[in-house]
Design a protein around this ligand. Structure first.
Ligand SMILES: NC(=O)c1ccc[n+]([C@@H]2O[C@H](COP(=O)([O-])OP(=O)(O)OC[C@H]3O[C@@H](n4cnc5c(N)ncnc54)[C@H](OP(=O)(O)O)[C@@H]3O)[C@@H](O)[C@H]2O)c1
Length: 313
């Protein structure tokens, strides 16, 4: 494994973060219906109290509202919080200059001088990884971000981003990808191993598979909205996984959700579960700070090896 650079060491020290897509997003997550600003404030407060200090947002979440809500919460706390946000490669953003311009907008919404991690949300059909990294270099030079990451990048694009940044003496800090017990492509396609080799922190999004790995959804009780149709087939297959999570969790006094998150930590990834309320945030924080046994990891691997890949986020 490559030595982790000093600039990105802090990311490797974080076991788990908190996802903020739920904050302000009505379409997928029902903001304003299933959870309110009060719930969001309580989730934020309890997470900080329980040692979760890394929050992941994006300019697109709630069309900027997630960043605005987080900015308000940051103003109201004297606790140290690490903030990650993302650049979305809209088709009309066709030059590298759009990257610092977009970050400026994010910083205004977040009411911050700089973020800790700025990520490219998705690869672009228009901007090459090299051009996007040149835009990121400019963000670092202006002091607007401490580190640079990518998201949803496969190995080849990730390596191109890594090499471009390296020419400027900047490490690629992270790759944020879909990774859960029910979505293990990053293990199978070598991305996880390559991240470890190069000292790139792998951040696992949808670590609870959008609620499926909490044990509360099953075929007769699917998740509401768009998630229901996305997961029709998968829901039929997950009962052995939930049963194993329950049994393993019991060995450690942990819940199904906490055990599912811990499996990712044991794999060397940083999960960033989303939470809609204080109860979910409090429970999820208990996914960190312990390790299941190697044979328990192996048992979960074996059970989920047979569940085929089914969808993308
Ligand atoms: N880079 C990307 O392209 C990308 C894509 C997706 C997500 N993300 C990031 O990753 C974060 C997490 O992923 P995600 O939000 O997709 O999915 P997730 O963390 O797997 O699931 C979150 C949802 O599960 C339910 N839940 C969470 N904790 C629970 C608990 N303890 N008990 C019961 N239910 C619980 C809640 O929804 P219900 O209560 O409605 O079931 C919650 O909204 C996002 O917030 C975002 O920051 C990034």
């Amino acid at each position: 494994m490559t030595e982790v650079s000093n600039e990105t060491r802090f990311l490797h020290a974080i076991e788990m973060g908190l996802g903020a897509w739920q904050w302000g997003d009505r379409v997928v997550w029902g903001y304003g219906q299933t959870h309110t600003d009060k719930d969001i404030r309580e989730s934020f407060d309890v997470s900080l109290r329980l040692g979760i200090r890394f929050i992941d947002t994006a300019e697109t979440y709630g069309a900027g509202l997630s960043e605005r809500l987080l900015g308000g919460l940051l103003k109201g706390t004297d606790q140290p919080v690490l903030v990650a946000t993302k650049f979305f490669p809209w088709p009309w953003r066709f030059t590298k200059n759009s990257i610092p311009r977009a970050l400026k907008g994010s910083l205004e919404r977040l009411k911050l001088e700089a973020v800790d991690l700025y990520q490219i949300h998705w690869p672009s059909p228009i901007l090459s990884p090299e051009a996007m990294m040149e835009g990121m270099v400019e963000c670092v030079k202006r002091g607007w971000t401490r580190t640079v990451g990518v998201s949803n990048f496969g190995q080849s694009r990730m390596l191109r981003a890594y090499s471009t940044l390296a020419q400027h003496g900047i490490p690629l800090a992270s790759n944020q990808v879909h990774y859960s017990l029910l979505s293990r492509e990053v293990e199978k396609n070598g991305t996880l191993a390559r991240c470890k080799e190069l000292g790139i922190r792998l951040i696992a999004y949808s670590p609870l598979e959008k609620g499926l790995l909490t044990g509360k959804y099953f075929p007769e009780n699917p998740p509401p909205g768009v998630r229901g149709s996305q997961y029709t087939e998968l829901l039929k297959k997950i009962s052995p996984v939930i049963k194993a999570l329950q049994e393993i969790g019991q060995n450690h006094g942990k819940t199904v959700s906490q055990t599912a998150l811990n499996w990712l930590i044991c794999k060397g990834a940083m999960p960033i579960p989303g939470a809609k309320n204080i109860r979910q945030a409090e429970e999820n924080a208990g996914g960190a700070g312990w390790h299941m046994k190697e044979e328990e990891v192996a048992r979960l691997d074996e059970i989920t090896d047979n569940i085929r890949e089914y969808s993308r986020a």
